[in-house]
Design a protein around this ligand. Sequence first.
Ligand code: LLP
Length: 504
Amino acid sequence: MAASELAPDWLAYPGDVNALRPAEWAAGVDRARDGELTVQGLPVTALAKEFGTPLFVLDEDDFRARARGFKEAFDEAFAPLCGGVDVYYAGKAFLSIEVARWVTEEGLRLDTCSGGELAVARRAGVPPRNLGLHGNNKSVAEIEAALELGIGRIVVDSLDELGRVAAVAARLGRTAPVMLRLTPGVHAHTHEFIATAHEDQKFGLSLAAGAADDAAAGEGAPAGGAGGAGTGADGSAPPSWGPFDASPAAAAVARALADPALELLGVHCHIGSQIFEAEGFNLAAERLIGFLAAVRAHHGVELGELDLGGGYGIAYTAEDAPRPPAELAASMADVVRAATARHGLAVPRISIEPGRAIAGPSTFTLYEAGVRKTVTVDTDSGTARRRYVSVDGGMSDNARPVLYDADYTAVLASRVTDAEPIISRVVGKHCESGDIVVRNVYLPEDVAAGDLLAVPATGAYCWALSSNYNYLGRPAVVAVRGGAARTIIRRETEDDLLARDMGA
Ligand code: LLP
């Protein structure tokens, strides 16, 4: 057989259909001598038997190593500049009480984005000063909970919210430590729904003059452009920078500095997610440092903290080539060094917020294959066959293909085979034709009901986005450490599914 016309350009016909590409798998994953997939030596058939399928299998050592790896790489690159970096693990990627403890043990802090995530952190005993709270519409109750806990920072997203935080802090007789989330006008190369620093989306305070109706009017006295020239990461023109005090970002700084209930720590940006090029991160850093210089010129204050967000891409398929944290850190440190020197600023304390790059590759999803079907499809040169393999989960445990057109790969996990590869689509069991787990993958022709399939890189935004669609219970998550597996989140039962239904 040969390559299928139905395969996308990036998908090569496999030389060995049983091979694992290391970039896609946790470090502890391998094939045993008999060919079965193992994690830290544990065969997947044993895991499926003990814990059932679908199952999230998380290599805890891999997760911890990636967390530590970010901390060490960024500390090393920034040590000469500002002593080190605070790495906030973005809990939205995947959070449980154990995970909150692991990141704390590995020297990271924790970024939460709701009262629920904050509750997990609290239950895990994360020191409150190590916590951040994000979100574009935090409720009064969430702000209260954060302040009463003694949270390290609240990242404020809008002028409205700044007022809300100040009012709650004043009422509680506390000072709220705040960062301001700014949108530096960088449009990162990623899916539209996960790009977050361009102008026309809901997050953050714009650096552009007159960007919003509630920005303070610039009463003359321009203090220099906020971010300097340059183009967006996609080559588009930057927003037009106006007088410093005409942007929502500048208005927020003025309000925060003037309000005794607020302690303004610094500024923050997050340009998007699943990003590979350093340019977008670097451009955002330059613009924010330009903004810090304008703040100093205008207010005589040097803000001490700069958070450059998360967004580092990972390998889902052969198409993706992530860069190691050390490279990202070195290039970011160069930009921070040069930009602060150019403006004569002391280097602020830097923080970053990786989520996917820590959790994503640590985990694979184990499914049991069920029914198959093969279709014949018209192509430019005739017809081609495509195999559909249905598994026992689907869009309820991995919504990313449906939401973002995300690509994944899969392997036959319970055995190896000499069968020919056939272009296949792994689909779920939901009542939707769009319920696709892996859109394009060469699987062995002989994959059959009862085989186990493993889909790698499902540690971020899969369990976190999971649902009970069609009344499927959410899968368990098992963590493997020291060659032993234990449940960290149990599978939902039928009783769980019915527990909140108030019918008789
Ligand atoms: N910081 C902030 C303020 C964020 O909003 C996010 C992600 C992160 C950090 C972490 O980004 P990461 O390093 O994980 O890329 N559900 C989408 C991704 C949404 C990202 C939301 N914010 C997906 O599955 O691709």
